[in-house]
Design a protein around this ligand. Sequence first.
Ligand SMILES: [Zn+2]
Length: 671
Amino acid sequence: MNKIPFLFAVLLWLAGCQSKPETVAKSDIQGIDSSIKPENNFFMYVNRIWYDTAQIPPSQSGVGAYMFMNFPQRLRLQGILDSVSKANNTAGSIEQKLGDFYASGMDTTTINQRSFDPIKPLLTRIDSISNLTSLMKFVATEARLNNTSFLAFGVGPDNKNSKLNIAHIYQTGIGLPERDYYFRTDAPSVAIQQAYKLYLARLFQLTGSDSATASKDAGIVYNIDKQLAGSHRTNIELRDVNANYNKMSVTTLEKKQPNIGWQHVLNDLGAKTDSIDVAQPSYYDKLNTALKSIPISEWKIYLKAYTISNYADELSQPFVDASFELNKVITGQAVQKTRGEKMASSVDRQLGWALGQLYVKKYFTEDAKKRVLDLVNNLQKALAARVDKLDWMSDSTKQKAKEKLFAITKKIGYPDKWRDYSNVVIVKDKYFENVVSASSNNYLFQLAKLNKPVDRSEWLTTPSTVTAYNNPNANEIVFPAAILQPPYFDNNADDALNYGGIGMVIGHEITHTFDDQGAQFDKDGNVKNWWTKDDYAKFKAKTQNVIDLYNTFVVLDTVHVKGAMTVGENAADVGGVSIAYDAFKLTKEGQDSTKIGGYTPDQRFFISVARIWRVKMKNEFLRLWINNNPHSPPMWRVNGPLMNNPHFYDAFNVKQGDSMYLPEEKRIHIW
Ligand SMILES: [Zn+2]
């Protein structure tokens, strides 16, 4: 059911609002609210006027200028798809596949006529399940088509031998965003539990159950979910890289969890392997006992719920509406998005590399790539200089840190080779089958990598996604084409704005190399200790300071930032701004003090930092964010790092007694 990846892919949208995309011309800094003192709340000083006037459209859960929530970006993708779906394309070309996939999703007449016909064969197969063997067979074979339930299987690098791809299994099997949703008793959480049960009952009713049976069955599914959720690790426990690595032989696993029948499961998954990394063993131990303690008749009800839910958005309007009613309670989004907006996201999920290819052709320039590479190189040098000056780290660890820093692979724009979609069959009037065909192709693409060397040229997000990432298994940082645009980057803007914008993002990604998780990987991407014992203890104490500080930030009523869940991102924000600032000081403008548009170069740098995280969200969405997102909410992505940055204190004259002031001994200084 995996509602959460869906929510984050689709709903974490955001944007320079519904108007024109934001541009940052050389002297253009507007909208500063001088009634707010920068030293008291810098985020609001820069963003308040925007914040008070920005309207969250009813079909969205937030607006702003933040990464993967970029609304204008989604309109660009939709524009590409609108035009390609109307063109005359060669059969089998990526244009034909993209255009026909989109058109099939826009054809709601056919989709509504088919109601839930496309999944009837699946429901019949569930009816015929008679024992554990046939139950597991259904689960494993359907996992290959992304109709997932209580089994999450994937292929990826071995954390201790990062050049080789191995099989991994993860905790899963729940429909709410994460385990704590089943155990919290506060009013917003109880409302979500209720909405989820109503949603499950509605799915059963839509496929033929009377209302009493539907409610009873919803209760059964919820109970199974809750039992499985009890064995899940928390978001915080999932950050411990070593605890979440448990490679074992299939023979051992088979003995440990005999009810699952791992050898059969792996055969049905098409996975030839004699070992597997069981990321969260307690979940599969629980599943093993639950498969016996819960009657098969109840598991069949559970599988029906997951199957209908997994495909709800591909079926007729009543299913789509049911799915939306649940999302509404979780995210606060008032009305559904347009069909075009939803279908652009669907194509992006299913054929994202083909769409990315057309996006790059239309929107990306090689100039941007060159200038950003210069920035990345400058940031890398700036961090090396900071490492040299650290007073808490020994010379031998410094040497290793710098080796790791200069071994980082930089990927900018788009990959050298594109994903092949030649096996995906796309037909104009079969939306459901198109989704299944693309899912199957994605699965086979992953499966083909099992026990093969890692292809280090591969990218993990598409070039049209407004994001950046650090992949510790490859010791690489990646900046897709879509983030190389305003407000992050503008080839016409001055260095202060670009270093405070994309420079801060680059600094953030470089710092991940050395955050609470990144620090556990060596320069080749293996989980291996490269620290002296003493240095690592000091590092841990410093990351604890980050946790303690961010725990004090109250976001919504009594809800505060989860310091331990967000520590990696917060450390990257604090380090990112410092490194970007140092690199900026190496530029001509950074050396100067001439004001532009009324602000010094340093002030412009910090204003740019505050502008890139400009965002306004519905309270429901903010609550979801605080519970699940490893990043702090936007205001704290600005005020948090700046409270710890001495140059910010100088630029805006922050003094004791100001809200942004922290005594020097309390300020975070890791890198
Ligand atoms: Zn990050």
